[in-house]
Design a protein around this ligand. Structure first.
Ligand code: FSO
Ligand code: SF4
Length: 546
């Protein structure tokens, strides 16, 4: 195996024996084979689309498959084997359709032609990974695009689950996958494709924002309980709001409570979920603490998307893990949707009834719900505070949390920021500072949590609104600094989206991506002012100078 798609890539270079995330080399190789075939499918489907062929099956298959390969999403080898078999079938179908529409293919990418039986998958998988591209810079750009597209696929799937689709996004994902198989593309072409990925990142996040807010209302300021009460309960993790909606409906009146975990916390901010009396609060912290925290929860845990840490062999909660959607784990029960998108969570609920109530590990409340609509409702207050000098600077600290000790930087950074600054956050990065008591500025909390990582879109909307109010020509003239923490591929699409919107001087940590070659990193530094992080005091001083 060779994998360097996330921030925890071993030694800052890549995982070669087993993933730091817990991914085995078998899983990693199967994921590579799946991506290889998705590229092959995309070569055909992109041509078919040009000839007017509709490709709905390919559209959802490519999206779901990409999502399955995101860091920490799916550790189930059988699920990948099935997906690969389906990919081979689908590829033949779409090829036939393209040819029937008049397409002719020559000099094809090998992923468009290779075929094999299940027994041959693992041998082939070893030949088709990231290192298949020799040139380090081309490889870097191809992977940057691939990871951006994976993040985009995740956001597109959440919107899809709510009935929102955009054909252009599907078409782009396949166009990008096909393009990165084309050896005639220059580095400049690939840089252009990277920015185009960012453009679709904005569209994908906007679509998901629309899906979420039209379905569940606009997030509003909310105090979320972080303690527990004395009923058996289910913990729901991941990002999928359709899943939590169905779980809340099905648990109502059963005597089983529901708690959110990690990135599901923002579900509490949506008006539609506030009516559920048994929707008690948020349990625990960011994803990487789950091995310890789940030991105390006692009830079943449902993963709706990525951020699974494979449990230890003797973990007490091992037999209480359920997955759904793109998530998967060997030995866990996977809940499938029926053809109408309905999921039956009875098995989880029945198991919960037999479990003890969660053991309290914290208590108190945290505040969130500052997505664009809520912040814009406070716009006058915010603008006045900026004009009066009460707020000197905003810090976008969105992104992800992770295990590395060096991420303590973000806690210290938040703590050391001058008191006339506001942190705008989204994603699980917030767990590094959302329980510090950082106070408020004239009633505006100093940490404004917009929601999940995809709600970084809200932060961009807020910035664009402020640019308009202050009549600035350039978004970079705003007193906003970007100090973003990243972990996996959704953060990549968020970053590319911000670059596409023209945001400059974003600082990225705790380390720069291993998949950026020196030359590609230089392009990002020279054209976009991308930087890393150093020491807290030094960085704060640098940021405060604007
Ligand atoms: Fe965090 Fe995980 Fe949301 Fe990521 S929970 S790390 S960027 O999946 O998606 O913020
Ligand atoms: Fe390593 Fe990250 Fe890849 Fe897991 S996802 S194998 S930790 S680089």
């Amino acid at each position: 195996m060779f994998c360097y798609q996330c921030q925890e890539a071993s030694g800052g270079k890549g995982c070669t024996v087993r993933g730091v995330c817990g991914k085995t080399d078998t899983t990693a190789n199967l994921q590579d084979l799946l991506i290889y075939l998705l590229k092959g499918i995309s070569v055909y489907s992109t041509k078919a689309k040009e000839l007017g062929v509709e490709t709905p099956q390919v559209d959802t298959f490519v999206m779901e498959s990409l999502f399955m390969t995101i860091t920490n999403a799916n550790f189930d080898n059988d699920a990948f084997v099935e997906q690969i078999k389906e990919a081979l079938e689908l590829r033949d179908e779409i090829k036939a359709k393209a040819e029937a529409a008049g397409a002719e293919f020559a000099d094809l990418y090998e992923g468009a032609t290779w075929t094999g039986t299940e027994e041959e998958f693992s041998a082939k998988a070893k030949e088709v990974g990231v290192l298949q591209t020799d040139n380090e810079d081309v490889r870097s750009l191809r992977e940057l695009i691939t990871y951006g597209v994976k993040g985009l696929a995740a956001y597109t799937e959440h919107a899809y689950n709510l009935g929102y689709e955009n054909q252009e996004i599907y078409d782009f994902m396949q166009k990008a996958l096909a393009a990165i198989t084309d050896d005639s593309l220059t580095a400049d072409d690939l840089v252009a494709l990277t920015l185009e990925t960012g453009k679709f990142g904005v569209e994908g996040m906007a679509q998901l924002d629309k899906a979420n807010t039209e379905t569940y209302g606009n997030p509003e300021i909310t105090e979320v309980n972080i303690g527990t009460r004395n009923n058996p309960a289910i913990l729901i993790s991941g990002h999928d709001l359709k899943d939590i909606e169905q779980l809340l409906e099905q648990t109502e009146g059963t005597g089983v409570d529901v708690y959110t975990h990690s990135e599901m916390l923002p579900a509490h901010y949506y008006p539609a979920f506030k009516k559920y009396e048994h929707f008690v609060g948020n349990y625990g912290n960011a994803w990487w603490k789950q091995k310890e925290e789940f030991e105390n929860f006692n009830g079943p845990i449902l993963f709706t998307t990525n951020c699974i840490v494979p449990p230890k062999g003797n973990a007490s909660y091992k037999d209480k893990i359920f997955t759904t959607g793109a998530a998967g784990l060997d030995g866990a029960t996977h809940i499938e949707a029926d053809e109408n998108g309905k999921k039956d969570f009875t098995e989880i609920i029945e198991l919960a009834k037999k479990c003890d109530a969660p053991q309290e590990i914290e208590n108190g409340k945290i505040v969130g719900g500052f997505a664009h609509n809520q912040v814009l409702a406070l716009a006058d207050k915010v603008v006045d505070a900026v004009k009066s000098g009460a707020i000197k600077r905003f810090f976008v600290m969105a992104g992800c949390d992770g295990r590395m000790n060096s991420r303590d930087y973000y806690t210290e950074f938040a703590r050391e920021l001058p008191e006339d600054t506001i942190i705008l956050t989204a994603g699980c990065a917030k767990y590094r500072y959302n329980k510090l008591d950082l106070g408020d500025i004239g009633g505006i909390p100093r940490v404004l949590d917009a929601g999940q990582c995809n709600d970084s879109y809200s932060l961009a909307v807020i910035a664009m609104k402020l640019q308009e109010v202050f009549e600035l020509d350039d978004i970079n003239e705003l007193p906003i600094s970007y100090n973003i923490a990243w972990y996996e591929q959704k953060a990549v699409i968020v970053l590319l989206a911000l670059l596409y919107l023209g945001v400059k001087n974003i600082h990225l940590g705790p380390t720069l991506p291993a998949f950026l070659s020196e030359n590609v990193a230089n392009v990002l530094v020279e054209n976009f002012g991308i930087g890393g992080i150093t020491e807290v005091a030094e960085d704060i001083e640098m940021f405060m100078q604007g």
